[in-house]
Every structure is written in C-alpha cells, then in structure tokens.
Design a protein around this ligand. Structure first.
Ligand SMILES: NC(=O)c1ccc[n+]([C@@H]2O[C@H](COP(=O)([O-])OP(=O)(O)OC[C@H]3O[C@@H](n4cnc5c(N)ncnc54)[C@H](O)[C@@H]3O)[C@@H](O)[C@H]2O)c1
Length: 315
C-alpha cells in the first residue's frame, strides 16, 4: 500500500507516518514545514517540502496512491484571528486541492483531521450531529468545518474519493510543541514547557474550564481504522475523544505531581501557578460522546489520561 500523509512532519501526522512505516507501507510526506520539524520526519518515508496551497506542485505525487491521511493545516486558534485569510488558504483551499488531486488519480480514500473546535460552545457531552452555530466559531474552527464540507462535496457524492472526517478533541503526546513563546502550544505542551524552564504554570482565566484530552497513539489508531473500515467512506463525521474531561487545575496538579487535594490557594500562594489573561475563542468545556467511533470504527481510547501525563513527564 502507498499512502500520502500531508503534514507528516507535524505532531499528529508524524505519528501516523511512523505507524504506517511500521506496517511496511510506502509513505510520502507533503509538508511545507511552517510548523513541522525536521526531527519528526521518519527517514524511511519520502519527504516533499511542498505547500498544499499550490495544486500544480503537489498533483504528480498522487499517482498510484491508495489513501491519504490529510493532517496538514494551520492548527492554532489564536493566530487565526490575526490572519484569517492565511488560514483559509492553507486549511480550506489546501483541503480542496488535496481532494481534487485525489479525484484526478483515483485515490480510494481520504481521512481528514477535523477538529472539535468546529462545535464552539455547545451541548456537553457532544454528539456529532450537534448543531453548529457559526457565530460561536473562530477563523480556525470555521476553516476546519469548511474542510468537512469539502470532504462531502468533493467526495464520492461527486465522483471523488471516499472520505472520513475525524473530529479530534485536544490531542496530547510526545512531539507536541512545548515552546512557551510564540508557538501557541495547547495547555499540556505549555505546562510541560514552563515546568522545564522552572516557571509558574499559567492558569487562563479561572482554571475551571474543562477539556477532553486524547492520546496521540489513540488518534493514530483511529486514523488507521478509518482508512480500513468498510462501514465508512461517505464523509462521516466521527468524534475522536476520550469521553472524559479534566479542568486546568487538575492538569496543573498532575503535571506538578501534587496530590489531588492540593488546593488552588496553595498552588497560587506557592507561586507554582499564576493567573494569565483570558484568550479569545476558548470554550468553557469540551467532552466527546464517542459512541459513533465505537460503532463505525470499533475504536476506543486505550491511554488513561493520568498515565499519558506520566509518560510525558518521563521524557
Ligand atoms: N493537536 C490537536 O489537539 C488537534 C485537535 C483537533 C484537530 N487537529 C488537527 O490535526 C491536524 C494536525 O495538527 P497538529 O497538532 O499535528 O499540528 P502541527 O502544526 O504539528 O502539524 C501540522 C503540519 O502541517 C504542516 N502544514 C501546515 N500548513 C501546510 C501547508 N499549507 N502545506 C503543507 N503542509 C502544511 C505543518 O508544517 C505541520 O507539519 C490539523 O489538521 C489540526 O487542525 C489537531
């Protein structure tokens, strides 16, 4: 089998590449390295430093390919407010280009890395058919939602490839960015980065917002099952989360390896945690209903959150 992984030098994409190589498959990576890292690139994969925004540059690579794991995207909320057009080009036009090239060369299936951020503030726990209120989104969430629509419009409905959309809930694991300046890491990466620098963990805004976290290895399994399952292919939208959620304070205690009973007051007074200003576009709570993933993919998360954090602290 021959697969393309777009964004294969990024956090999630590089883990998908590693799993495919381990299975003995041929893998082509398309990545423009805007956030991808050289050290993530599996040396057994063919690497092409190209931008999915440029259809003509990438098209020839799709010949003879069996499937595509489409993970390439600008993947952070905050910078999407600064330059929404850049997000539109990479995430929406880029996704369109991947689908058009896949159709041209008869690629069987595209598995799309969608995002739970498409829900905005919504009903908890969240089912896939929950109504999306576009006003509650941010440019990043909108472009990820548009990508799902393209998976439908340019998929088998109009003679294109089979498609599946996996809506990930906060993915964490090795290789996630832990840079604390400018790279907009998600909370676990940020806390690990601050810990390494012996700095206080920053709590935004009151720390009581809750997130559903998914281990990257579980996300990889979901991708492989989505590529292989006979029950999907018609642009289904499937939540990939753990079905449990944790507050920011919970995470701080776990990362600091402190007992669950450590109070917020103690954390603040000891200087281990400090408050930081609210950021735009952050929802109060995320929690996936993962029934559909179990039913259609036979998938369920294997990594327990506390064990996942322990793994990361060992590194
Ligand atoms: N990390 C999460 O918690 C999370 C949650 C939901 C959805 N997602 C989605 O999963 C996917 C992967 O996210 P990630 O966290 O691994 O991010 P990442 O930034 O580590 O990886 C994205 C990769 O895509 C590449 N890329 C970006 N624009 C490109 C372009 N125009 N052409 C070619 N390559 C390009 C980057 O260089 C990078 O290597 C994204 O589609 C993201 O929207 C991630």
């Amino acid at each position: 089998m021959k697969y393309i992984v777009t964004g294969g030098a990024g956090f999630i994409g590089s883990h998908i590449v590693d799993a495919l190589i381990k299975k003995g498959y041929k893998v082509l990576i398309i990545d423009n390295m805007v956030t991808g890292k050289k050290e993530n690139i599996n040396p057994k994969a063919e690497f092409y430093k190209l931008d999915i925004f440029n259809e003509n540059d990438i098209e020839y690579l799709f010949k003879g390919v069996d499937g595509i794991f489409h993970t390439a995207a600008l993947a952070r909320i905050q910078p999407s407010f600064e330059d929404p057009d850049l997000y539109f080009k990479a995430n929406t036009v880029g996704t369109r280009n991947v689908l058009v090239c896949a159709k041209k060369y008869g690629v069987k299936r595209v598995v799309y890395s969608a995002s739970s951020s498409a829900y905005g503030d919504t009903v908890i726990p969240t089912l896939e058919d929950e109504k999306i209120v576009s006003q509650s989104l941010h440019p990043y969430g909108s472009t990820k939602r548009m990508g799902e629509m393209l998976m439908s419009d340019l998929g088998i409905m109009t003679g294109g490839p089979e498609t599946v959309c996996l809506r990930y809930f906060n993915v964490y694991g090795p290789r996630q960015t832990t840079e604390t300046d400018g790279a907009y890491p998600t909370v676990i990466g940020l806390f690990l980065g601050l810990l390494k620098k012996k700095k206080s963990l920053t709590i935004v805004p009151d720390g009581h917002q809750r997130r559903d976290f998914t281990w990257v290895g579980d996300v990889v399994n979901a991708n492989i099952l989505a590529m292989e399952s006979k029950k999907v292919g018609k642009a289904e939208i499937i939540n990939i989360g753990s079905g449990e959620n944790y507050s920011i304070w919970n995470i701080a205690r776990l990362v600091l390896e402190l007992p669950e009973k450590t109070s917020e007051k103690e954390l603040l007074e000891s200087g281990k945690c400090v408050f930081a200003p609210q950021r735009r576009g952050e929802v109060r709570e995320t929690l996936a209903n993962i029934f559909k993933a179990k039913k259609f993919l036979g998938w369920q998360p294997k990594m327990k959150f506390k064990n996942g954090i322990k793994e990361l602290l060992k590194k």
